[in-house]
Write a protein that binds this ligand. Structure first.
Ligand code: ADP
Ligand code: MG
Length: 462
């Protein structure tokens, strides 16, 4: 049988094996053993925020480990006890104002640390850096704007709003900005989060007693925020309201704000005017699918990073064939690597060609044109191209038109303006509306629509 402190030490060692290092450093390095009575272990966390976080995220795991040591009656309590001065260790905590954490302060249960521990869940992912971001025509402006933000955070472009289709590097760029800001000044709080995460935190805080004040303290006390997938704010009024205040607080205090979305602010459904006008007040830059030269450069960089060198011929073939987005390129390189490893063969042009002839890629490489899409749609829906491009607004025409929009975007990768032009000079907001309608129906499992799309795809690819 362990004594209490040893038991907690052992559990910490076990956690270190089960969780990643930053998690353990952030959430557990400041926990302390408090008491062990019968089968009841009590430990302390340095503040409410970590107490709650550990409770929410790791209680199950902890409980399991405790049961292993103490048997089925094993119990755990986590209480709040601010650390004594000088007890904070490790680089993550170096910049915390230790004078505010002296022993002479009363150890109250509701003690809230003046500055939060850099929260693990808001840190930029160090995997995405500026060094491994390939710059080309499709993202040159966005990259330059990012550099300017890094040089003069809060003063050059605020906010910086990047928008573009999927897989063009928006998320990568946001993380890279965050990492570079931290590189230049590690004492800064730089938060990366998606709108979905913000929403989750928001909803959780509403349910907790002191939730809202902690939520606000959390998101308003940082030096820069990088908010991803902002289109997710569409139609979420309470979240927009809350974000508006966070935004203002940060903005007024000269904190840098970087936002990313798949479309312009004005095209996000039901985004309030005041948020739109704030976002429009900064710099808006679009990011596009990489052109041939950029794809070539990306292929070269990514294949080298994976540990193989491709010849110019191989690179050219790949850059010609994989013409969708960077995610597709990455996926295919991994496929090459795993095929070569599995067969214990070097990467050769023959191997690449074999893989390219796999169904998934042939279908992409078949060079789908807008004409092919339109004729497949008209065939399936028994309508005409003239109707698709015309002004009729009857249901029998509107649905196939929206399907055409959806396919032109997702299968051919055209941008909204191009799609609008092909379909009889429609406004790009009409195109967005059409695409959203189809996506919505698909996510509601509209079987009739799903069946028709399968039919069209089989015409296109088989
Ligand atoms: P988005 O957020 O626009 O959908 P991501 O940033 O997630 O796209 O990019 C998809 C993948 O492609 C990521 O793995 C990212 O690292 C990579 N990627 C995108 N653009 C570039 C680029 N210019 N250089 C290097 N990698 C890129
Ligand atoms: Mg993204």
């Amino acid at each position: 049988m362990f004594d209490g402190p040893t038991l907690w030490r052992t559990i910490l060692d076990e956690l270190a094996l089960l969780l990643d290092k930053p998690t353990v450093a952030t959430w557990f390095s400041q926990t302390k053993f408090v008491s062990l009575q019968n089968e009841h272990l009590t430990i302390s966390a340095p503040n409410h925020y970590s107490q709650e976080f550990i409770h929410k995220r790791y209680l199950k795991l902890l409980q399991k480990l405790i049961t292993q040591h103490l048997g089925p009656d094993g119990q755990l309590t986590i209480k709040v006890e601010p650390p004594a001065s000088g007890s904070i260790k490790g680089p993550l905590f170096d910049h915390l104002p230790t004078q505010d954490l002296t022993d002479s302060r009363p150890k109250r249960e509701d003690f809230v640390q003046p500055k939060p521990v850099p929260p693990a869940d808001l840190r930029p992912n160090t995997h995405y850096t500026l060094d491994n971001f390939v710059v080309g025509n499709s993202n040159r402006v966005a990259h330059a704007a990012a550099m300017s933000v890094i040089e003069n955070p809060g003063t050059s472009y605020n906010p910086l709003f990047v928008y573009g289709g999927t897989g063009v590097g928006k998320t990568h760029l946001l993380h890279a900005i965050g990492n570079e800001l931290l590189q230049r000044d590690a004492s800064k709080q730089v938060f990366y989060f998606t709108t979905e995460k913000l929403l989750n935190d928001f909803v959780e805080s509403i349910q907790l007693k002191k939730g809202m004040s902690e939520f606000r303290a959390r998101y308003r006390t940082c030096n820069a925020i990088l908010v991803d997938d902002l289109q997710f704010m569409a139609k979420k009024e309470a979240l927009q309201e809350e974000f508006y205040h966070t935004y203002n607080e940060l903005f007024t205090n000269g904190k840098q704000i970087v936002l990313a979305a798949d479309r312009l602010p004005k095209d996000i459904a039901n985004l309030t005017e005041r948020l739109i006008s704030r976002f429009m007040g900064g710099l808006l830059v679009d990011m596009n699918q990489p052109d041939f030269e950029t794809r070539l450069a990306i292929l070269k960089a990514k294949s080298q990073a994976l540990g193989f060198d491709l010849t110019t011929e191989e690179l050219t073939l790949l850059a010609e064939t994989l013409d969708q987005n960077v995610r597709e390129i990455e996926g295919f390189l991994l496929k090459i690597k795993s095929a070569a490893t599995a067969q214990d063969l070097p990467v050769t042009l023959g191997l690449i060609k074999d893989l390219l002839s796999d169904k998934e890629v042939t279908r992409r490489s078949k060079k789908l044109t807008p004409e092919l899409i339109l004729s497949a749609v008209t065939e399936t829906y028994d309508t005409t191209i003239a109707d698709l491009c015309g002004r009729k607004r009857r249901r029998e025409v509107v649905l196939p038109r929206q399907v055409a929009m959806f396919l032109l975007r997702n299968e051919v990768g055209l941008n909204l303006v191009e799609i609008g032009e092909i379909l009889g000079g429609r406004d790009h907001s009409t195109v967005i509306h059409g695409i959203d309608k189809i996506s919505q129906r698909l996510s509601n499992h509209d079987r009739y629509l799903g069946g028709n799309l399968r039919l069209i795809r089989s015409q296109l690819y088989d």
